[in-house]
Design a binder for this molecule. Structure first.
Ligand code: SF4
Ligand code: SF4
Length: 461
């Protein structure tokens, strides 16, 4: 055990990698020990105080079968299937949100006009963004630096390590909670893109990796092989609003995440384009965000099927920017999420639609929207999608990893997670629940909070 802080440059050298995933600032994680698969580090700013293993040598925090794992068709996601799949025709279509508001005259607890207003505002940028926010070309005719060719960081005596940190810094500047860089694994790019027409709702066009071509046409998308890096950006969903699940405030937290995704991915893309490189901003589209974020060192996969980060747990939304800027990738990380999920099961127990598996991990899914080949818990996304007009975030609300790192109990859970003492984990999960964690936060109480109590708040009101 080294048990000492070391300088950032020395730290990178010891890890043999470019740079670390970036949390709340340019912090130096504390190197605790070397492990067989990498190094164990600790950082309050980046990992909420958790011990995290950074995996070197291209190791994965999950098992997969390379002969089974395939590129996924964008047509098979639940949102796409809602457009064309006849088996999705009978899904609940009424606008439950609007109905509940009007029928209840805006007075139903956790569904009041005030709660709905927060929800409506939260989706503003996501709804306005649409094609513009995730456009492959610059929205402005001329960006200040775009005529100068590809930027070379050595022009200002900067290394590519520092330039990679600068790009992640820009991501945080534009509003991301966390940023990491990965080599782009072409497996995570959708094999095609849904482009419904009036006659053919399931119409797709292929997505090609091309030597040179960078273009979106009506018949195909072309992503050049040189675009082999991706910046994953994660956006925290507000803790107390998520705790209101299945109330309307939880949906507002989700909407706010989507809106910040749209703005930040687009702004970060313009930043990269201004430096003379190409950029494709993407929300849920273009490729699978969760494995990309895992590759970029932002977290692991939990039983609930979401990216689980050390600092915010699964309370994050993810966007990404694909680029040809030669950024240095971050290592993947491991902090015991799947082992903890083996014994925890709270999300499965609290899922009202029974979308989350309470069984052990498998290699095969139960839904056409699952992409087999990874050893994990496969979630039945269509059941989740059908439930209660998008107001549920129960799985995130009860997950022990969601709890902000301000409780001795949670710190203890997290420490024990590191040591993989499975049998004690379940006891602590029960203890954590007995302390009241995971109970629904009433909207009436939420609105009485001082803003500074919200974990995303920076100032007192
Ligand atoms: S959001 Fe709700 S319905 Fe969907 S998986 Fe989570 S707990 Fe289940
Ligand atoms: S609630 Fe428990 S089982 Fe579910 S993802 Fe969180 S830690 Fe894993």
């Amino acid at each position: 055990v080294l048990d000492k802080s070391i300088q950032r440059r020395e730290f990178f050298k010891q890890m043999g990698i470019g740079s670390a995933a970036l949390g709340m600032g340019l912090t130096t994680p504390k190197l605790i020990a070397k492990t067989a698969d990498g190094v164990l580090v600790e950082s309050e700013a980046e990992y909420g105080g958790l011990l995290v293993e950074k995996l070197t040598g291209d190791k994965f925090p999950y098992e997969y079968k390379p002969d089974v794992l395939k590129q996924m068709s964008n047509k098979m996601t639940v949102f796409s299937r809602n457009v064309w799949d006849p088996t999705r025709e009978d899904r609940p279509r009424e606008n439950l949100t609007y109905q509940r508001l009007v029928e209840g005259k805006g007075k139903i607890p956790n569904q009041t006009r005030l709660d709905y207003a927060l929800y409506d505002g939260s989706w503003t940028m996501a709804n306005m963004g649409g094609r513009m926010a995730y456009a492959w070309d610059s929205g402005r005719r001329r960006l200040s630096g775009s005529d100068l060719g590809e930027w070379d960081p050595s022009d200002i005596d900067m290394s590519w390590e520092e330039a990679s940190l600068a790009v992640k810094h820009a991501g945080l500047f534009y509003g991301a909670s966390q940023a990491g860089i990965a080599k782009l694994n072409p497996l995570w790019i959708y094999s095609d893109n849904l482009q419904p027409t009036r006659e053919d709702r399931g119409h797709t066009i292929p997505v090609y990796r091309d030597k040179e071509r960078f273009e979106q046409t009506e018949d195909a998308w072309y992503i050049p092989e040189s675009m082999n890096r991706v910046v994953a950006i994660a956006f925290e969903e507000e803790f107390y609003a998520i705790a209101n699940s299945p109330g309307r405030l939880a949906s507002a937290a989700v909407g706010s995440g989507y809106s910040r995704m749209a703005y930040t991915a687009y702004a970060l893309s313009e930043f990269i384009r201004s430096l003379g490189y190409r950029a494709i901003p993407a929300g849920n589209g273009v490729g699978l965000s969760i494995p990309i974020a895992i590759d970029a060192g932002l977290g692991e996969l939990g039983r609930l099927g979401l990216l689980t980060t050390p600092k915010y747990g699964p309370r994050v939304r993810i966007a990404k920017v694909i680029t040809d800027m030669p950024l240095l990738p971050d290592p993947r990380i491991s902090f015991g999420v799947p082992e903890f999920c083996d014994v925890c099961m709270l999300c499965a127990e609290h899922c009202p639609s029974e979308s989350i598996s309470a069984e052990p991990r498998t290699w095969e899914g139960k839904s056409p929207s699952n992409n087999p080949g990874v050893h994990k818990w496969y979630v039945q996304g269509e059941k989740c999608d059908d439930f209660n007009g998008f107001s549920c975030s129960n799985c995130k609300s009860v997950c022990p990893f969601s709890k902000p790192n301000n409780s001795w109990l949670h710190k203890m859970i997290r420490m024990i997670v590191q040591q993989r003492i499975g049998i004690v984990d379940k006891m602590l999960v029960t203890f954590d629940q007995a302390s009241g964690y995971g109970k629904q936060m009433q909207a009436a109480d939420y609105w009485k909070l001082d803003g500074s109590e919200c974990v995303t708040a920076r100032e007192k009101m």
